[in-house]
Ligand binder design. Structure first.
Ligand SMILES: [Zn+2]
Length: 476
């Protein structure tokens, strides 16, 4: 197998995170009843006029900028003609010879994968094949006209796992820029791949096949691994490969022939006469540059340097823009970076997960989290109480300082008070005391636990431990 080199190019379709469709005002919300988000424009009625969605263009420009593409000063929409029941106009508005952006690059593990082009287009509708009928299909046009960008790479990817990594990085950037929710189950991110193999040293490309119907990053990797094996086996047996489109069969874990591509389909492209060209001057491109700002990998590098965080912490904190923003907001308000990081990645994330909330909608604001952290640092509350306060603040939205004062949660450090509790506990737990005297160290933890329970976690654990040991050793 090693004598063959694998050549992969990817085509990624991404649904843009706009409220309305590409050329009309209909909602793009996923999951509505069939055909409830349609109008004469996206249902393909004759005589209607499309209008370009400004937000969609802006999101496409942000993507192009993030991938270091050249943004075309002049680009144009084109009609791509083909007949299919989910395409009511019998043509799709796309871009052909004059795409929005070209010649970008994405770095994957220190290898440059070149981006050939990024263009804007509209999505088609969706066919539904009811199980009880073999004689008809239904069409849902809610998706018809949803804004898409297509990102096409050069054939620079050299393995199935590299393809998977490329997609993971692409997804992270698109989510970070809030260009798309990249939800593969809902079809917001879809990937097709071209793959061929050749002997190492060959300069010509081999015969390529196009693989479709891969519904997860894992499926992309599995399908490409399978297809590379199939092509290599075929060549080794002396058979010739056919240029064709193949579908990934997730159940059987194989690719299957869908259609041959003996001649390229003629889409009869021509410039869309109902839409103006897109013209961008340097000023617009600079504005977009500013809006894109720092990308996740750059921010991660800065977090490591500026806040002295570990690679792992910085990776988690910059995995989503709202997490990184929350973290920096806490630090700005005076939280120590490493301590803030621990609270976000530990207790806060657990609470958010349980309630299925984003950190951007956390009832515990950065200000409140910093209040909790400061109260621990100032010795006002114990770590145990802090966790309780966080939970209470999360559930009620009441400020941590108010929770602590109203519920009398201040730390007990006073030696006299702690002495009394220690004495009381020792009297009540004669067995544990005996165990400790017999050399069972765990008995000490048990006794500390009893004291913490009595004080509802408010006693200073270090003081408790000292006092307790003092008493026990005295009586030994
Ligand atoms: Zn519409």
């Amino acid at each position: 197998m090693e004598e063959y080199e694998i050549i992969i190019g990817l085509e990624v379709h991404v649904e843009l995170l706009t409220d309305s469709k590409m050329f009309c005002g209909c909602s793009t919300k996923f999951g509505a009843p069939p055909n409830s988000h349609i109008c004469p424009v996206c249902a393909g009625f004759p005589g209607v006029l499309p209008v370009i969605n400004r937000k969609a263009v802006e999101l496409a420009l942000k993507t192009a900028t993030a991938f270091n593409c050249k943004i075309s000063p002049f680009s144009r929409f084109a009609r791509k003609h083909y007949f299919y029941p989910d395409l009511p106009k019998n043509y799709q508005i796309s871009q052909y010879e004059e795409p929005l952006a070209i010649e970008g690059v994405l770095l994957v593990d220190n290898r440059n994968i070149r981006i050939r082009r990024i263009h804007l287009e509209e999505d088609a509708g969706k066919l539904i094949h009811p199980e009880d009928s073999r004689s008809f299909s239904l069409v849902d046009l809610n998706r018809s006209g949803v804004p898409l960008i297509e990102i096409v790479t050069e054939p620079d990817v050299r393995s199935a796992s590299e393809a998977e990594k490329f997609l993971a990085i692409l997804k992270r950037i698109l989510e970070y820029l809030e260009v798309s929710d990249c939800n593969m189950e809902e079809g917001s991110l879809r990937c097709d791949a071209n793959i061929s193999v050749r002997r190492y040293g060959d300069t010509n490309f081999g015969v390529k096949t196009e693989i479709k119907n891969m519904n997860s990053f894992r499926a992309v990797r599995k399908a490409l691994e399978y297809e590379a094996r199939r092509q290599i086996a075929c060549l080794k047996e002396g058979r010739t490969l056919r240029q064709e489109t193949r579908l990934w069969n997730e159940n059987l874990q194989i690719t299957e022939e869908m259609r041959r591509k003996e001649e390229a389909q003629d889409y009869r492209y021509f410039p869309e006469p109902d839409l103006p060209p897109l013209i961008f001057d340097n000023k617009i491109i600079e504005e977009i540059n500013l809006k894109v700002g720092e990308l996740p990998f750059q921010r991660k590098g800065r977090f490591i340097k500026e806040y002295n965080l570990s690679d792992y912490d910085a990776e988690v904190l910059t995995s989503k823009k709202d997490i990184a923003d929350y973290f920096e907001s806490c630090v700005e308000k005076g939280g120590k970076p490493k301590i803030v990081a621990n609270w976000i990645m530990g207790d806060l994330t657990a609470l958010l997960k349980a309630k299925k909330k984003d950190i951007g909608h956390s009832p515990v604001s950065p200000e409140y989290l910093v209040q909790i952290i400061s109260m621990i640092e100032d010795g006002k509350i114990t770590g145990v109480v802090a966790k309780m306060v966080l939970q209470e603040c999360f559930n009620t939205g009441i400020s941590p300082e108010k929770i602590v004062s109203e519920r009398d949660l201040l730390q007990i450090e006073d030696g006299e008070t702690i002495n009394n509790i220690v004495e009381e506990t020792i009297t009540e737990n004669a067995d544990a005391v005996q165990d400790y005297k017999n050399g069972k160290e765990q008995a000490l933890s048990f006794l500390i636990g009893q004291i913490m329970r009595k004080t509802k976690g408010k006693a200073n654990p270090a003081v408790v431990r000292n006092k307790l040991q003092e008493y026990l050793n005295k009586k030994r």
